[in-house]
Design a protein around this ligand. Sequence first.
Ligand code: SF4
Length: 671
Amino acid sequence: MESGVATHCPYCALQCGMVLSGSRVSERGGGLCQKGWTAGQLLEVPGRLTTPLVRRRGALRPAGWDEALALVADRIRELQVRHGKDAVAVFGGGGLTNEKAYQLGKFARVALGTAQIDYNGRFCMSSAAAAGTRAFGVDRGLPFPKSDLDSSDVVLLAGANPAETMPPFTAHLRRARLIVVDPRHTPTAERAALHLRPTPGTDLALALGILHAVVADGYLREDYVRARTTGFGEVWPIVAHWWPERTERVTGVPSADLRAAAAMLGEAGRAHVLTGRGSEQHADGTDTVSAWINLALALGLPGTRGSGFGCLTGQGNGQGGRELGQKCDQLPGYRAITDPAAREHVARVWGVPPDSLPGPGKSAYELLVSPETRALLVFGSNPLVSAPRAAHVAGRLAELDLLVVADFVLSETAAAADVVLPVTQWAEEDGTMTDLEGRVLARQRALAPPAGVRSDLEVLHGLAVHLGQPPGRFPCEPESVFSELRRATAGAPADYSGITYERLRGGEVLHWPVPDTAHPGTPRLFLDRFAHADGRARFVPVDHRGPAEPPDPAYPLVATTGRVLAHYQSGAQTRRVPELVATVPEAYVEVHPDTANRLGLGDGVLASVVSRRGRTRARVRHEPSLRGDTVFLPFHFPGDGRANLLTNPALDPVSRMPEFKVCAVRLEEEA
Ligand code: SF4
């Protein structure tokens, strides 16, 4: 066994550095949270898959690799002959390395010839990506190094809770006075100089109201707006109607607090506006982020040294995962799949005719529930827990002719599969990740995988060969894939062409774009110009719409979902780490004590949370800091404790993000 290998945490987009000695973790250059400290236990999880499984007579039974891959390839061929290429769909993940994300997109479009590929990042930060692209011309979570926040005077966090989701990040927020926008009194809100608690689903109106106060109280940066932006003239007529008192009526946030927020931001020498899932996971999530960007532009923050706008990407490779070709509408490097020049460039790298590449496909939720999907290949994701309207998704997956899941443990989705392919996990393979500030990091192999396990790249290679592809087209070596990825992204907005394994291993700090091997990288975007052809950022006119499903007499409460420190995403990994399970062992629902007592629900009893789509069983936690009209459920738990049994798949028209953050529910005592 190798020892003392410098690598990065397997979980969130902060990608904290760590040293692994066997399964023992020590920190490297900064802190780790509880998940990071216990990450070594993932390497010894009970139930680690080491052989392919094939469903026979109703049960998953061990099979050989050749047998399993041949079976999958044969079924794919058969279904595509019968139903067309798009009958086979691929579902990826924001935790996959850059190499895997890239190869998965190529595999779908070249080996399968299907347009139907999307990934779980659609459920994560797609609204921020869409809003960032339309405002700035390109989306990079933080277009500045996170260390810039160290000297910020005021940071507004809109729907972000880093004190709980990525605690070491808060080291960068020690100096700034914080304005926290969140209906919940989170650990981040605990540190706020000003906590704004809008009624769930009214964040967009709140951003409009603060922008109104910025303009009305004389904080508009007219010089910046004139020199660096377009579109303020279309935004102001809408914003003019959101005077603070009206905003207070809609959002519940006192008008004096709105004005205080405007003054704090307007009087700060250096300020930042950052969004998180709380603002983004709505049916109007893209417009909500646009409203926050409009505010930041009015204050002259984006592209100004020492200030800025950004989104706190969540998943480990949420940034690289969204820019390297596993989104249904993009080719590697953020190239639009509909752009003829982009298709030609990528097709040349892939060695196929441009017109053989499929066009755009369906977004994640639509792909999961479409009756046209007859086979689904899942890599690095657990949609039976993480997708909205989970019972409906489970029903659709059960009707598939073929469900294949590649994972290192038997996740809930793997347990429902026809074929399960056991793959390597984080510390058992080389690869690169792109963190929340667009910095590309080398994740190094620290120890050998168990016998019988293959990497996802080997799985894609094997399947591609069984499907008739030339063996050299889908290499297994991460560095070979990365060198092809560099050529595929050359000249694109997310240009990796100047990044090499050698530079990364040599300790160079490289933020994309890096257009050649002598280029030092681009830690700060937009200092001179934005990425639109005219170099200017766009104000986008947006207005409040409200949630898709407001509460009513039958479902009088608002349910909002989120994360807790001890768990990550669907919990497929963290629910197998004893220390994390001991911290938060089961599904729960936070309820204000007055609401709970009115319903006869004591602290600690089991209750049903019921929406129009399903019923979740959760333990009641009385939480005095919560709003009386709102309940909160973490979404990491399986079975009948899944918060996503409740959630509303109303999709944002631009990003196709489901409305995870608001749905109408009622509470019932468990019989
Ligand atoms: Fe890992 Fe994120 Fe925790 Fe850092 S903050 S240790 S990257 S989970």
